[in-house]
Design a protein around this ligand. Structure first.
Ligand code: GLN
Length: 286
């Protein structure tokens, strides 16, 4: 192979990715940094460095996979979320920035609580993103992370270990709330809520459908989760759910049916779309 510098390799890769990625140049830089085991800053700074042929081959293989819409996070095995660096692979949904709003609201909710410790369940824990972010920011919380997928729980366990949180986060395999040992103070969940035929090609092709597929109207999980919630929430307890932008009304309705005494609300993500629906049980049951 001819001598190819970082500069040339990045230009070629960005051209190759242009048609399929809105972030072609950034993708190329991240993939090359991963190939070389360097920081992205160093890749950009050392643009005249000549790649070895092994490095070129490895980089071109990653670029080809990216051109097939494979997410960068899977290709480099990592994703930043709420200031954490999480390990991710195709066993788990990649944490999305809009889920950070769910974490922020859950932190605020946990801080309102006078209970110590406060118990929190993350239903559909996936990579562990939400549970780990909550554990880091709510020191008086103990958490359960539930998932139907044993594969996903392996990834969650690796992330829990990475942050030294195995004493505070218990991972449980099973369906929704059923594996919990009893009621908790806070239930958080980013359940599968998409209508599979509506999602982007790259997401559909590479991310786990178990984490995405909310059934024909996207509401399957909310129906089952919310119907079971009254038995799993302490007095004064709250439930915070990520939703698709079009689902707020339907999910609020389900919450009002299951928890008629609860206060409910809807919050928006940074793009102004409805993203989180919540319900808070009264402290005193009338
Ligand atoms: N927000 C995700 C997406 O855009 C869906 C996540 C989910 O179903 N919980 O694909």
């Amino acid at each position: 192979m001819d001598q190819v510098t970082i500069q040339h390799a990045l230009r070629r890769a960005a051209e190759q990715l242009q048609a399929t990625s809105a972030t072609a140049r950034l993708d190329a830089e991240l993939l090359l940094a991963h190939t070389l085991g360097w920081s992205r800053a160093r890749v950009v700074a050392e643009r005249d460095y000549a790649l070895t042929s092994a490095q070129q081959t490895a980089f071109m293989a990653l670029v080809a996979r990216r051109a097939n819409l494979e997410p960068v996070a899977y290709l480099i095995g990592r994703r930043e979320f709420f200031g954490l660096e999480l390990l991710v692979d195709r066993r788990v949904l990649i944490p999305r920035p809009e889920t950070e709003i769910l974490v922020e609201l859950a932190i605020a909710e946990a801080r309102r609580s006078r209970r110590a410790p406060i118990t929190i369940a993350d239903i559909g824990v996936g990579s562990g993103a939400i549970a780990i972010a909550l554990a880091m920011h709510v020191p008086h919380a103990i958490l359960y992370g539930v998932d139907l997928s044993a594969d996903a729980l392996e990834v969650a366990a690796a992330n829990v270990a990475r942050y030294g949180l195995h004493n505070r986060i218990t991972l449980l395999e099973g369906d929704l709330l059923a594996p919990l040992p009893g009621p908790v103070d806070l239930i958080v969940s980013n359940p599968p809520y998409t209508i599979l035929s509506d999602i982007e090609a790259g997401v559909y092709r590479h991310e786990p459908h178990l984490a995405l597929d909310g059934g024909p109207d996207g509401l399957d999980c909310y129906r089952r989760l919310i119907a079971a919630a009254p038995d799993y929430l302490h007095r004064g307890g709250a439930m915070l759910l990520e939703i698709g932008a079009w689902q707020a009304q339907a999910v609020v309705h389900l919450l009002r049916q299951a928890l008629p005494q609860a206060e409910t609300g809807v919050d928006q993500d940074l793009a102004g779309r409805d993203r989180v629906v919540w319900a808070r049980n009264p402290d005193v049951i009338n």
